[in-house]
Design a protein. Structure first.
Length: 576
């Protein structure tokens, strides 16, 4: 079946939700059909020519930028208004240059297929879940579901786009829908965070427009596959500005606040932004232009910068207690790891990045969905309040524990991806000595994330006499079906990857070790653990309960340092 159906199905589903009487059935059919299409795409390159879309998209682009200017003026935000004007001026310049080369409007390669799989399978699960979640929310639930479905349509379009200006249009549409979703609750905090997400992502759009301007004037083409065939300073400059737009979309320092602020929205918004769709554009975009960064000073700077973000975001997550904030910071960290690997331009890194994209999407979507269950059923958002919850809500906590284990233990794919990344960097170091810094930072960041995950597990598995066991815990079909689907998919795909990499013997040995570990932990289930108290004696240091943080002054200095490094990357692109 043609992948163009992936652009139409979300639109049809949105119309069904708007005018139908059974939105859950409409969403279920959409999820099934779109997942089947995404999973059966051909392995070869798929090119689709549709040059007739150029003018309609250009006109829609003008309307979108005018809307951004209107929002800035209406909300009194000079940044949104000013950035919209800058985008409009750059857009006019690009249209005046008017690149004439022809090419495939949509092009589906291995990275596109992975994105389409994630957007439709994981994104569809989140929309299905959202139907149940919105029963606990005030406001127009149908409008919310329609926003999510349209968001998926836009993400399908951007995953297939091969024209840089089309890519910019869909990039800014993701910015628009993230703005609408974040401000859904319409309180002052939601509106402020939505505006922050809008103007920060507008900066990413400006970076893409600069890349398009250079491409049009230097190579007379705006098609990504044609641009990656060039070499030299102008080509590297294009790659740098595309990468800058990608890193802003991935909330790299110093732009992390827009993604963390998005968590004021309903939990399905966090799930679809953090795991299934928008932020995955960061490594995806860098993969698209990675060939231009291979063995370049600019590529090395981007890799080093992103790996530093990986370490810092992992460290920062250790000081947080809000579950969604921890998930957000660990998302920023792992996105930075993917971008760093992709920016090396090495073909060996490509498969590793795609593997990390897939398993991060599955695990983080699962964790956010379970976090939503805890929020709505138990009114819990902070891990400090979850001690002993496993005896009150064993199913929910077991799913949360499973989600964290899928990030940190074998045979799950995310750990394999990080292992393969370390091996790749060790091999790369033999050819390029500066890769030693990448290897050391990657090892440090991975260690910090492992410490974070096991600190969270120590809270979730602790026993407290303050909670009474529940007679019956109900998750519900609306929540349970997508959570079960993501869990099963994570297990099946992880086992497949592990088997392909290490063989049946290693897989069986690893599974046996997991079973023995689980049985050993189960033997402690009836042990009563109470909170320690001091009675004049020296209090012992308990590492699992320690927090690691920086003062506000040092945090500000770190953010400023990341900003300067970010500026240096942009300068490297200009001087290329």
């Amino acid at each position: 079946m043609s992948p163009i159906w992936l652009l139409l199905l979300p639109l049809v589903a949105a119309a069904g939700v708007r005018y139908g009487t059974r939105p859950l059935g409409v969403i279920g059919v959409f999820w099934l059909l779109s997942s089947l299409i995404a999973m059966t795409l051909q392995e070869a390159l798929i090119g689709i020519h549709a040059s007739w879309l150029d003018w309609p998209i250009a006109l829609a682009d003008v309307g979108l930028l005018l809307f951004f200017a209107y929002v800035g003026r209406n909300e009194g935000d000079v940044r949104v208004f000013g950035l919209a004007i800058v985008q409009m001026l750059l857009f006019v310049l690009i249209e005046l240059f008017g690149a004439h080369a022809e090419g495939a409007t949509f092009l589906i390669d291995d990275a596109s297929r992975m994105m389409l799989f994630i957007v439709n399978v994981v994104g569809g699960a989140i929309v299905y879940y959202a139907h149940a979640y919105m029963r606990f929310e005030q406001g127009d639930a149908k409008r919310f579901l329609i926003y999510l479905l349209l968001f998926i349509a836009v993400m399908n379009a951007i995953a297939m786009s091969n024209h840089l200006m089309h890519f910019f249009f869909f990039f800014e549409l993701t910015t628009l829908f993230s703005y609408l979703l974040i401000r859904y609750r319409l309180d002052e905090t939601a509106k402020a965070n939505a505006l922050r997400a809008l103007w920060m992502n507008q900066i990413g759009g400006i970076a893409l427009l600069i890349a398009a301007l250079v491409a049009s004037s230097s190579f007379d083409t705006l098609y990504l596959d044609a641009l990656t065939q060039h070499a030299g300073g102008a080509a590297v400059m294009i790659a740098v500005f595309v990468a800058l737009g990608a890193m802003i979309k991935g909330a790299a320092m110093p732009f992390q606040s827009w993604l963390l602020g998005a968590m004021v929205a309903p939990t399905p918004v966090s799930a679809i932004l953090h795991s299934a769709t928008m932020v995955k554009l960061a490594p995806f975009m860098v993969l698209k232009i990675a060939a231009l960064l291979h063995v370049s000073f600019a590529g090395a700077l981007i890799s080093l910068f992103s790996m530093a973000v990986f370490v810092y975001a992992s460290f920062l997550a250790l000081s947080k207690t809000s579950l969604k904030e921890i998930l957000g910071l660990s998302t920023i960290a792992l996105l930075a790891l993917m971008v760093s690997l992709a920016a090396t331009g090495e073909e060996r890194a490509r498969e590793i990045v795609l593997m990390l994209i897939l398993f991060h999407a599955l695990s983080k979507a699962l964790l956010f969905l379970v976090a939503g269950v805890l929020e709505k059923h138990f009114h819990l958002k902070d891990i400090e309040d979850m001690a002993g919850l496993i005896y009150q809500a064993p199913r929910s906590v077991a799913l949360l524990v499973f989600g964290f284990l899928s990030l940190s233990v074998p045979p799950f794919g995310l750990l394999l991806g990080k292992l393969f990344a370390l091996i790749f960097l060790a091999q790369m170091m033999q050819e390029q000595s500066w890769a030693l810094a990448l290897l050391l930072l990657a090892a440090l960041g991975s260690t910090l994330l492992a410490l974070l995950y096991f600190r969270l597990l120590s809270h979730l598995l602790s026993r407290s006499g303050e909670r009474a066991a529940m007679a019956h815990e109900t998750i519900g079909w609306g929540f349970g079906v997508p959570i079960a689907a993501l869990s099963l998919l994570s297990v099946v795909l992880s086992l497949g990857y592990f088997y392909d990499a290490f063989g049946l013997g290693a897989l069986l040995a690893t599974l046996a070790l997991l079973v023995v570990s689980a049985l050993t932990l189960r033997s402690f289930a009836k042990v009563e653990r109470v909170k320690e108290y001091a009675c004049g004696e020296r209090a012992p240091f308990v590492g699992a309960l320690a927090y690691y943080t920086l003062s506000e002054a040092y945090t500000a200095k770190f953010i400023q340092g990341f900003g300067l490094f970010f500026g240096l990357i942009a300068l490297a692109g200009v001087l290329s």
